[in-house]
Structure formats: structure tokens, C-alpha cells
Write a protein that binds this ligand. Structure first.
Ligand code: FNR
Length: 316
């Protein structure tokens, strides 16, 4: 394999070689038999293109706007825990890469660099992934230096702070105490999508959290359209899970997402080559996405429509 990776899968292999097995497994693993983990990727493979020819694609515009933030492409960094396991600079390096790619970084509630450090390190647009325990936010906000303690502490801390009684009422409460836009992550059904819109969220992220929780959750790309149809354009819909190619980004947009988020590939880039690696991961996806737009006849993201893809059910 070339030392300079040419696609996201090669970054994964470099990360595997660079990381202690325990850390690599923490990033790469999924729930139980990892059926959904595989499906997140493989469901994309079953969607094909309906390319249009003789469209002027001499200029391609990848940019888009998410909640009034103009970004260079519909590719956002998903919240993932403990970047210091991948690189000593942790989330600070990731945020710098996000800024240089002109995209949004979602900082995890369980980040290993403090919110303040990340904020001071770049002018990247940052969203924050919030659970509901403010004490824990402060605790996790402390820079965690001792990497060997990270994994063992993580599970105990996570269990302490996860509140199994969380309900829609808590979301309503959160909505009532802030004017900040709230996006809800983890929606996979029309029922929950409708409920979320009723509560007043500013956006929905169709996600099975990287297939790390419930095996046999559907692949997110397969769940996307149900949510899109239920929401009827009332709020923007983002999706994540299994996006590894620019073609995947295109397919998600064609099925109704405004943008995708990238989880594991970002930490693989970070583990393999630090800030530069994260930048390369995003740049490679952007290059592939641009090529896909050209070859399907879409000069801008607005030109990408449902008619540009064919799902398995639609095959003759
Ligand atoms: C995650 N994810 C996640 N999500 C979240 O809301 N808060 C978190 O702290 C984490 N932590 C986390 C750690 C690791 C190691 C992984 C791989 C994932 C889920 C993440 O935001 C996203 O939904 C998935 O990673 C998207 O799938 P891909 O791109 O990894 O296939």
C-alpha cells in the first residue's frame, strides 16, 4: 500500500497499523455481530446512478449552506469520542483541519480536548454534541492526558452519565431554555421524525451512531427516505453512517439529505497523519464527490435530485 493513501479505506489500514489494537478496535468496532456496521457501508453499494449526459459541468460548485453556515461541501465532521487516542493533539488537530477545509466540526460530549482549547485553536464552525449532564460536560472537558487510562475510564464515565430516563420532555425542556438551534441525532423512523419537528428542532440527523449501539438497526442510507418523506422539507436532514466515498455523499443528497457527517474516517486520518490526515480525508471525499457530480451531470448540489439514483427496490 502506498504511504500516501489514495482513498478512505487506505486511511483505515494506515490507522490500524499505527494504533495499539485496543484503540483501533474502539474506533472501528460496532455492536454485537456488526451486521449493521457492514450494512451501513454495503447498503450504499446497492444504489446506482441515473446519470444525465450533455450537461455543462465545466464549473462544479460543491458548496452548500447548513443552518446559515456556508461550507465548502456537504461533508461535516461527526462527533466522535476521544481523539487523543488517535493523536496527542486530539480534537484541536481535527478542528484545525475542519477550518482549513471550510467545514463544520461537531465536538463530542466525550471529547478529550476541552471545549475551550478547541474553540481557541481555529475558527472552524463548531457544533456541540450534548447529552444532558452538565457536570459531566465539565469533567470530560478537562484535557485527558494519560492515554492508557482513557479507554478504561471511558466506559465507566459513560455509564455514569447516560440517563436511561431521557424522554421527549427533556428535549422540550432543552428547547425552552435556549435559542440555539438544536439538531437531534439518531432518528431512524417517520414517527420520531415527526415528533422531533413538533418539538421544534432545527434539524435532524439520521444516524444509528455508527452502528455501535443496536445491531440490526437499519443502514442509515436505507432509513433516510422514510424520514425525508415524513419531514416534508420543514427542517434540514443530515445523515451519517458508512460514508466512505464521494459517490456515497452524492447518493445521500439524492435521497434527500442536505449533508453527510463522517465519523471513523476522520479518526483514521487523525491516527495515520494527524491534522494533515483529517484534511486529506475531507479533501479526498470532496474530490470524489466533485467527480461524481460531473459524471452524473450535476453542476451544483441543487442539481442533485432523487432521479439521479436508483435504489434496489426500483431495479427492474
Ligand atoms: C462515535 N459516535 C458518537 N456519536 C455521538 O453523538 N457522540 C459520541 O461521543 C460519539 N462517539 C463515537 C466514537 C467513535 C469511536 C465512533 C466510531 C463513533 C457516532 C458518530 O457521531 C457517527 O454517528 C458515526 O461515527 C457515523 O458513522 P461512520 O462515519 O463512523 O461510519
Amino acid at each position: 500500500m502506498a504511504a500516501e493513501p489514495v482513498n478512505l479505506n487506505e486511511f483505515q489500514e494506515l490507522a490500524r497499523l499505527a494504533l495499539p489494537k485496543m484503540y483501533y478496535d474502539f474506533y472501528a468496532g460496532g455492536a454485537e455481530d456488526e451486521h449493521t456496521l457492514k450494512e451501513n457501508v454495503e447498503a450504499f453499494h446497492r444504489i446506482t446512478f441515473r446519470s444525465r449526459i450533455l450537461v455543462d459541468v465545466s464549473r462544479i460548485d460543491l458548496s452548500t449552506t447548513i443552518l446559515d453556515y456556508k461550507i465548502s461541501a456537504p461533508i461535516i465532521i461527526a462527533p466522535t469520542a476521544l481523539h487523543k487516542l488517535a493523536n496527542p493533539e486530539g480534537e484541536v488537530a481535527t478542528a484545525r483541519a475542519a477550518a482549513s477545509c471550510n467545514t463544520i466540526m461537531v465536538l463530542s460530549f466525550t471529547s478529550s480536548s476541552s471545549i475551550e482549547e478547541v474553540a481557541a485553536s481555529s475558527n472552524a464552525v463548531r457544533f456541540y454534541q450534548l447529552y444532558n449532564d452538565y457536570t459531566a460536560v465539565e469533567e470530560f472537558g478537562r484535557p485527558l492526558i494519560n492515554q492508557s487510562q482513557l479507554c478504561s475510564n471511558f466506559e465507566a464515565d459513560a455509564n455514569e452519565t447516560m440517563d436511561a430516563s431521557l424522554s421527549w420532555k427533556d428535549l422540550e425542556w432543552l428547547r425552552s431554555i435556549t435559542n440555539l438551534p438544536i439538531l437531534i441525532k439518531g432518528i431512524l423512523t417517520r414517527e420520531d421524525a415527526i415528533k422531533a419537528v413538533e418539538v421544534g428542532v432545527a434539524g435532524i440527523i439520521v444516524s444509528n451512531h455508527g452502528a455501535r449501539q443496536l445491531d440490526y438497526s437499519p443502514a442509515t442510507i436505507s432509513a433516510l427516505e422514510e424520514v425525508v418523506h415524513a419531514v416534508k422539507g420543514r427542517v434540514p436532514i443530515l445523515m451519517d453512517g458508512g460514508v466512505r466515498r464521494g459517490t456515497d455523499v452524492f447518493k445521500a443528497l439524492a435521497l434527500g439529505a442536505q449533508a453527510v457527517l463522517i465519523g471513523r474516517p476522520v479518526v483514521y486520518g487523525l491516527a495515520a497523519k494527524g491534522e494533515y490526515g483529517v484534511r486529506r480525508v475531507i479533501e479526498m471525499l470532496k474530490d470524489e464527490f466533485e467527480l461524481t457530480m460531473a459524471l452524473t451531470g450535476c453542476p451544483s448540489v441543487k442539481h442533485i435530485t432523487r432521479k439521479h439514483v436508483r435504489t434496489e427496490q426500483e431495479r427492474i
